[in-house]
Design a protein around this ligand. Structure first.
Ligand SMILES: [Zn+2]
Length: 278
């Protein structure tokens, strides 16, 4: 080929490349113009970014603006879950009264004169009344945030109606992290904190629910040895049906812990909670 022909071939090739690039740019432009984010579209956003459970129960809020107290010395926080129970709660309240000791009761929903009298007695004798759950049905309460709130509202308003006290602290059934709530606990905790509530797990377990029957001696030893390792233990115990041995252990527990130098106080929201990590 002559030089002139070569020049023509190169020119045509360059023009062809420019045309192809131009077409690619136009195609890309059209595709970009047509692209719609598959996730953030309006319908999705309005359905999912607005958490409708946040609008439920507008009275289910407490003042969350407070500071934790700097607790000095040895203070034991005895806590009792799953009451009130006529036999066990009564016996425990009698023991606490005799020892001028205060404690915390994470209660469940009970109707009737006996239960009402016990809710009131807890408050009148200076203990802390706190929310545990209305139903104690794990599958139900941990099925969604809304289901948890419904259960919480039921027991909270029940307590307030009977005692005049609106509970500000609570304990999750099974603790804040358990096999029933793995899928939803982050969201429930976030929502309860947003509403101003404080929750307490425990750093000493009495072991009174570890088997269908645990001896008074074992319950006592578990609590006393567990408390000897900390200055402000939060002790898990149960005063519901079937926990007569716990009620029977409380006098000896208080006696031994007193000799270790402990006083006994009820929890309130200014006491820094012990929470399982999340
Ligand atoms: Zn419980």
């Amino acid at each position: 080929m002559s030089v002139k022909q070569w020049k023509q071939v190169i020119t045509l090739t360059v023009i062809a490349i420019i045309l192809i690039l131009l077409i690619l740019v136009i195609i890309l432009g059209i595709k970009l113009a047509q692209y719609k984010d598959p996730v953030i579209d309006e319908a999705f956003a309005s359905e999912n970014l607005q958490s409708s459970y946040q609008d439920l129960y507008p009275d289910l809020y407490v003042d969350g603006a407070f500071e934790f107290k700097d607790v000095q010395g040895k203070v034991c926080y005895l806590t009792f879950d799953d009451g009130p129970n006529v036999q066990n709660t009564t016996k425990i309240l009698d023991t606490l009264k005799k020892n001028n000791a205060k404690a915390t009761f994470f209660v469940i929903y009970r109707e009737g004169a006996d239960a009402e009298a016990l809710y009131k007695r807890i408050v009148n004798e200076g203990h802390t009344i706190a929310v545990h759950t209305a139903s104690h049905n794990y599958n139900q309460i941990y099925s969604s945030v809304a289901a948890y709130l419904a259960d919480f509202e039921k027991i909270s308003s029940h307590i307030e109606k009977i005692t005049g006290v609106k509970p500000e602290i609570f304990r999750f059934p099974g603790g804040s992290i358990n096999t029933y709530n793995v899928a939803v606990y982050h969201e429930i905790i976030a929502e309860m904190l947003r509403r101003g509530y404080t929750y307490y797990d425990w750093n000493v377990s009495s072991g009174d629910a570890s088997a269908s029957w645990v001896s008074v001696k074992n319950i006592t030893n578990n609590v006393v040895s567990g408390c000897s390792r900390q200055n402000q233990p939060i002790v898990l115990m149960h005063d519901g049906a079937g926990h007569g041995n716990t009620a029977d252990a409380v006098p000896e527990i208080i006696k031994q812990l007193k000799t270790q130098g402990f006083s006994f106080e009820g929890l309130d929201k200014t006491i820094k909670p012990f929470c399982f990590g999340y």
